[in-house]
Every structure is written in C-alpha cells, then in structure tokens.
Ligand binder design. Structure first.
Ligand code: ZN
Length: 240
C-alpha cells in the first residue's frame, strides 16, 4: 500500500500538443490529407497517357489520314482486279466473285416471291473494260475526267473489278436502268428493305461527296475477302 501511495504522489505532466496550432504544421496536415488523392490523380493520368501513346501507330495519325486521301483518284478508291479463277458466270454476260454468287441468286429468288423482278445489269468488269468505258464515254459526252468520274470510276478504281459489285435494275421498268429514277421503282424499295439480309449494301448513297448517287449499284460484304476489299471504304465511310 505504501508503494502505491508513493506512485500517486508523482506529478505526471499533461502532454501539450501545441504544435498543431503552428501555421507550418497546418500546411503539413493538409498535405498529408491530400497526398493520396494527388497520387491517385497522377497515377490515372499517367496510365491514360501510356495507353494513348501505345495506341498510336509509329506513323502519326495525320500522316495516316493524308495517306488515305492520297489513295483516291477523283474520289474513287483503288481496287485490284479479282483473279479469273474466283469468278463464276451467273448469266450469259454476268460474272461475279464466287463468294457472292449464292447470296445474289437467293436475293433475286426471294424478291420474286414478293412479286419483285430484279435484273442484273453488270457484274465483274476487267480493268481493261473499265478503261474503255471511262475513256470512250468521256469523249462521247465531251466531259472532263473529273466530271466523268462522278458517274464512272477510272480504270483500277472500280468496285466492279473486284467481282463484288452488281448493278441491279427493275425488270418491269427497264427505262430506269442506270438512272437515278431507279430509286422510285418497287425493286429499289425492296432492296432498301431487304438487301442487308443478303449482305448487300448501297455503295454510293446520296451523301457521298465525291461520287453521284447510284441507287442501282450494290456491293457484297458477306465474306472476309469482301470485307477486306472494302475495309478502306468502310473506314472512311463518314468522310465519303
Ligand atoms: Zn456499278
């Protein structure tokens, strides 16, 4: 008991934590509170930056865009000629790429069931044939190349050379063949509603700034090869 009494007699001073009122210490306190947030913000920004840099190909983006524009001639993209062995004859004068044959014929059959008679006007065209069309029509119509290019592709720049393009008419209104008026036929209305089911797409719509509207001209995008061929065109779709 005597011992405890001695302990009670010790004068233990109260801890004085006065340093928190010091202006320098307040700043330190604030820094301690905000440091984790600052670190988090910095980390997120750094990660985003690294990701962004990783996404950019070695050639910078503006060069990429310039390259795509350079590939066009009078608004048309370049297309290779499909090798002969990939072509099939579907009618006496119409050859198409073997990938799209079945789908194209099925589309015509299904249209018929709905009372719509599609007629195929032009399929595959060799670069030589395209050359004749482009230059002969240009001189017949006394048009300059740029004017002619609005309605016909220069040789080496036609979707028809790929075998994946088809010009379609309405068998009951042949006067609208290759005419903008084709858009007022039952065949065109049927195509707008149904062609996508068969993987066909209108190539040159009303909003194409380089090439005139061609309601009769459709292209097939139902195989990997076809998609590869039209990749560049689809990539630039918004700027077409
Ligand atoms: Zn065409």
């Amino acid at each position: 008991m005597q011992q405890n009494k001695d302990i009670d007699q010790f004068d233990i001073p109260l801890a004085k934590r006065t340093y928190l009122n010091n202006p320098n210490s307040t700043l330190l306190k604030k820094l301690l509170i905000f440091t984790p947030f600052l670190f988090l913000i910095f980390s997120v920004s750094a990660l985003r930056f690294i990701k962004y840099v990783g996404l950019i190909p070695p050639n910078n983006l503006s060069f990429q865009v310039a390259k795509n524009h350079d590939a066009r001639i009078l608004g048309h993209l370049p297309y290779n000629e499909t090798p002969k062995e990939k072509l099939v004859l579907i009618e006496p004068n119409i050859e198409v790429h073997m990938d799209m044959r079945d789908s194209l014929l099925k589309m015509r059959e299904d249209a018929k069931k709905d009372g719509i008679y599609l007629v195929f006007l032009s399929g595959y065209r060799s670069i030589n044939l395209q050359k004749d069309i482009f230059y002969s029509l240009k001189s017949i119509r006394n048009q300059e190349a740029a004017e002619r290019a609005r309605v016909s592709a220069p040789p080496g720049y036609s979707e028809h050379s790929t075998g994946f393009a088809i010009d379609i008419g309405d068998a009951t209104q042949r006067e609208t063949d290759f005419e903008t008026d084709f858009e007022n036929t039952d065949a065109f209305r049927w195509l707008i509603k149904n062609a996508a089911k068969f993987h066909f797409k209108l190539s040159f719509n009303k909003y194409n700034k380089y090439i005139d509207y061609e309601p009769w001209h459709w292209r097939y995008e139902g195989s990997i090869e076809a998609l590869k061929v039209f990749e560049s065109s689809n990539r630039n779709y918004k700027s077409n």
